[in-house]
Design a protein around this ligand. Structure first.
Ligand SMILES: Cc1cc2nc3c(=O)[nH]c(=O)nc-3n(C[C@H](O)[C@H](O)[C@H](O)COP(=O)(O)OP(=O)(O)OC[C@H]3O[C@@H](n4cnc5c(N)ncnc54)[C@H](O)[C@@H]3O)c2cc1C
Length: 472
């Protein structure tokens, strides 16, 4: 193979987006993936979390659109939903139900397999990108420069080396980048965790006949300020007229994996809306359950020395409590950051990989602060207490959500940041801070903000159900 060559390890979302980011800067990109990749939108072993509900915030969707123009229309044509935020989201935050003001942002909802497949198809359609099935087992090079990757073929025996000008590790939360760097004499890499002991359970249901297309997304968040495990429920309308429901619980409050317990748990979170809604629906498959380490971040950018030719992104750098829905959007924004650094400095500049790693750290930071600032409050959480700055920010965010219950401009500022569409610093705009601090507090909405027809079509003869009967 002549010319310049980049190798991307892992062909899930971060890997395929990294390939899209690199393709105009090298002659060829090889995607190396351990799994057999299905031809269509189908589950696979390497991405077990794909069974659970995945939403993509607008900040992430626009980042993907910047790398692969036309992706949003392709998702929608394949059955995904574009759900306006906050107008099409019925959301109970720690501060209560949020009103459905006019939409200023959005989320894309569909099965994760479909989301990945649409991206993968576009990336692999480019003849400068090829896919190779193998497992990455180590780096080749020294402390100054990584020159290739050591691979093991699917037979488990054949080991070989693939040289490259740039290696991108996108192998997800099980990445061994920290160990590979240590093998080169670089490290140790600083790691931080805020682990609330999360577990999830998911089930897909057939949407009621008249409700699949226009029904809002429903999200009952936990309240980490309460001295009990955090329990959440989310319902997302997805392709094929189905609703995917994911329940989650922190240590001591995990959701069960049986059908009856699933509905009971959904009724026991801070509001029973989702449990009541799915109680009479026909399930499409079994309940899937799993657990995860929650928030974990590797600070690669802080290593005193960084080798040329090596970059890490996606879950391989940081994972977050999925309740905040940030992992894929951060991966997309990190791929854009990589592309922008290559555009600015070119592949040949010796410090380009280090610059890219620092830019990726900047893309990670807002999601990390938002997730860990909240999760550290849960009982029995394992992790370091947050800094004073994070604690102050958290108080300010609490205040913003309280005011957003009735001030549209504050809601807009929050959703801009929540969707990773604007930087966190935008929340400190003088108008926003003045309104946030001076607006008198008003009580939250008593009921979930469903329209009359949504309520009627959801509950039919049970439409008189008292939706306000419990609100913790
Ligand atoms: C329950 C749950 C729900 C979530 N919900 C959301 C959500 O709503 N919104 C959101 O934005 N994010 C969500 N996330 C996070 C999201 O799943 C991840 O951020 C996203 O998948 C990151 O993609 P990735 O490509 O970095 O890693 P992964 O998707 O984990 O992919 C890693 C890839 O690398 C391959 N691989 C691994 N090791 C090797 C190796 N040695 N050699 C070759 N290939 C290898 C794997 O087979 C896999 O294909 C959720 C996560 C969980 C656990």
């Amino acid at each position: 193979m002549g010319g310049t060559h980049a190798v991307v390890l892992g062909a899930s979302l971060a890997g395929t987006l990294a390939a899209a980011a690199l393709v105009d800067h090298v002659d060829h990109v090889t995607l190396v993936e351990r799994d057999r990749i299905p031809l269509g939108p189908a589950p696979r072993q390497g991405v077990p979390q794909a069974r659970h509900a995945h939403l993509l915030w607008s900040g992430g969707a626009w980042a993907i659109e910047a790398l692969l123009p036309g992706t949003i229309p392709r998702w929608l044509a394949a059955g995904a939903r574009r759900i306006g935020l906050p107008d099409e989201v019925v959301m109970m935050t720690p501060q209560g139900w949020m009103p459905r003001f006019a939409g200023t942002q959005f989320l894309i909802t569909c099965g994760r397999d479909l989301l990945d497949w649409v991206v993968r198809e576009q990336v692999l359609a480019d003849e400068r990108v090829s896919l190779h099935r193998a497992e990455a087992v180590g780096l080749i090079g020294d402390q100054v420069r990584v020159t290739g990757v050591r691979l093991r073929d699917p037979d488990g025996r054949t080991l070989w080396e693939l040289p490259a000008d740039l290696i991108v590790d996108a192998t997800g939360h099980g990445s061994r980048a920290h160990r590979w760097l240590a093998d080169l004499g670089l490290g140790p890499v600083l790691r931080r965790t805020v682990d609330p002991g999360l577990a999830y359970a998911t089930r897909v249901f057939k949407a009621p006949p008249l409700l699949g297309v226009d029904f809002p997304a429903l999200n009952v968040y936990a309240d980490p300020r309460q001295p009990r495990p955090g329990q959440t429920a989310i319902l997302l309308p997805i392709e094929n007229h189905q609703w995917i429901v994911t329940l989650s619980g922190t240590r001591g409050g995990h959701p069960p994996d049986d059908a009856v317990g699933f509905v009971e748990f959904a009724r026991r979170v801070r509001h029973p809306l989702i449990g009541d809604l799915i109680a009479t629906l026909e399930p499409v498959g079994p309940v899937y359950s799993s657990s995860s380490p929650g928030n974990r971040r590797w600070y690669f950018e802080r290593l005193p020395r960084w080798p040329q030719g090596f970059v890490v992104l996606g879950d391989a750098v940081a994972t977050y409590n999925p309740a905040y829905g940030h992992g894929m959007s951060v991966a997309a924004r990190s791929a854009v950051a990589l592309r922008d650094i290559l555009r600015r400095y070119g592949l040949r500049r010796p410090d380009v990989a280090r610059r890219a790693q620092r830019a990726i750290a900047r893309a990670v930071k807002p999601a990390w602060i938002m997730a860990t600032g909240q999760d550290i409050r849960y009982p029995d959480v394992v992790g370091e207490p947050p800094s004073l700055a994070t604690r102050l920010l958290r108080r300010y965010l609490d205040r913003l959500f309280t005011v957003a219950r009735h001030r549209q401009m504050i809601m807009r500022a929050l959703t801009d940041v929540m969707t990773l569409s604007r930087p966190m610093l935008s929340l400190l705009h003088p108008v926003t801070t003045t309104v946030a601090l001076l607006t008198p507090e008003r009580p939250p909405l008593a009921d979930p903000p469903l329209s009359e027809w949504e309520r009627l079509l959801s509950f039919g003869p049970r439409a008189d159900i008292n939706l306000n009967r419990r609100c913790l």
